[in-house]
Design a protein around this ligand. Structure first.
Ligand code: BV8
Ligand code: ZN
Length: 286
């Protein structure tokens, strides 16, 4: 049976759902000006991921990889959460949750493949008392461009300071010597736990191809109980996230897809809402 686009039927499914998960991809942040990967103007149309988004690429040319991520980090820092980010963050509010998903035992878990941290920043617009709970329900499975990991002591640090090294702010693009790249405890260090000030080379703490995504244990546990999965703005081509819909369907859970175009999972979906998620999500969650 083709997927339904009936808003009332979706709202009824959401009202009876006990464990809701949202899986988000680059389409969630498109309206915030962050380019997607595979659509028109997509990032991987003009850049080769194996030369920029892999451990080997960083090994071979850390300067080129850091300049690539510095530019994207600056773009993410300038971007603002859009109406879709905010509609999802609002689901953590008891007043909203009791209205749209009264049977849910806890706020929906938002698993985002995006590393722009806009879903976390959307939480900042919630009342302060609700922010901690809302943040606990956001899992950045491909990491965040605002976290770094030290190649020596493995210390992970979140920082919105910029630049993480003055050489990166220099736009003339010549190779930066490794000594001028972000260092553990160096410029842009966000303070906090000074344990990790070993001076080692930092890497962007994003999940590259071939690396294990973050929070996979928690994700597997929650998928086991999920009876309604919203799949928002993803081409569903990157694993393991691309397999989450099948996992939920195999346990008789329902899947609702929000995308501007047909994608590889939607024939088996229960619901399909075609259109910009910054419009469709606030509508169906109203
Ligand atoms: C792993 C960070 C093992 C870096 C990224 C099985 C089969 C085939 C391949 C594999 C497989 N298992 C593993 C692989 C290899 C690989 C993979 O999947 N390759 C694919 C490409 C063939 N996977 C991995 O290497 C992963 N690691 O599997 O480890 C493992 C697994 C589990 C447990 C233990 C061990 C690691 C993958 C992470 C790679 N890192 N990014 C960087 O970006 O610089 S991937 C990158 O793709 C981003 O994270 C991005 O989020 C993600 C997915 O892309 P999308 O978000 O979907 O973006 P895309 O542009 O493709 O689509 C956007 C969609 O939005 C479109 O549909 C468009 O129509 C829609 N849209 C646009 N605007 C809107 C909209 N929708 C709604 N509203 C709008 N306004
Ligand atoms: Zn270190």
């Amino acid at each position: 049976m083709p997927p339904s686009s009936d808003v009332d039927a979706f709202r009824s499914a959401l009202r009876s759902a006990k464990s809701v998960i949202i899986l988000a991809g680059a389409g969630l942040s498109a309206a915030s000006g962050i380019p997607t990967y595979r659509g028109d103007g997509g990032l991987w149309k003009s850049n080769n991921p194996s030369e920029l988004a892999s451990p080997n690429a960083f090994q071979v040319d850390p300067s080129r990889v850091w300049q690539f991520y510095h530019r994207r980090r600056e773009m993410c820092l300038r971007a603002q959460p859009n109406a879709a980010h905010k509609a999802l963050a609002a689901l953590s509010l008891p007043s909203v949750l009791s209205r749209v998903a009264p049977a849910a035992s806890s706020p929906p878990l938002l698993i985002t493949q995006n590393f722009d941290s806009l879903s976390l920043r959307a939480v900042d617009s919630l009342p302060p008392d609700n922010q901690a709970t809302a943040r606990e329900h956001v899992l950045e499975m491909h990491g965040s461009v605002f976290t770094t990991r030290c190649m020596s002591c493995q210390h992970v640090q979140r920082s919105y300071d910029t630049p993480l090294s003055s050489a990166l702010a220099n736009p003339d693009g010549h190779p930066i010597p490794v000594s001028g790249l972000p260092r553990c405890g160096g410029e842009g260090w966000a303070g906090g736990n000074r344990y990790g000030r070993c001076g080692g080379l930092l890497r962007p703490n994003v999940v590259w191809f071939g690396e294990v995504p973050e929070h996979m244990g928690e994700i597997a546990r929650r998928l086991n109980w999920c009876d309604l999965l919203l799949v928002v703005g993803t081409s569903s081509l990157v694993h393991p996230a691309a397999g989450f819909a099948r996992t939920v369907e195999s346990r008789n859970g329902k899947v609702a897809i929000f995308n501007t175009e047909r994608s590889s999972n939607d024939d088996d979906a229960d619901f399909l809402f075609l259109g910009p998620c910054e419009d469709t999500l606030p509508t169906v969650l109203a």
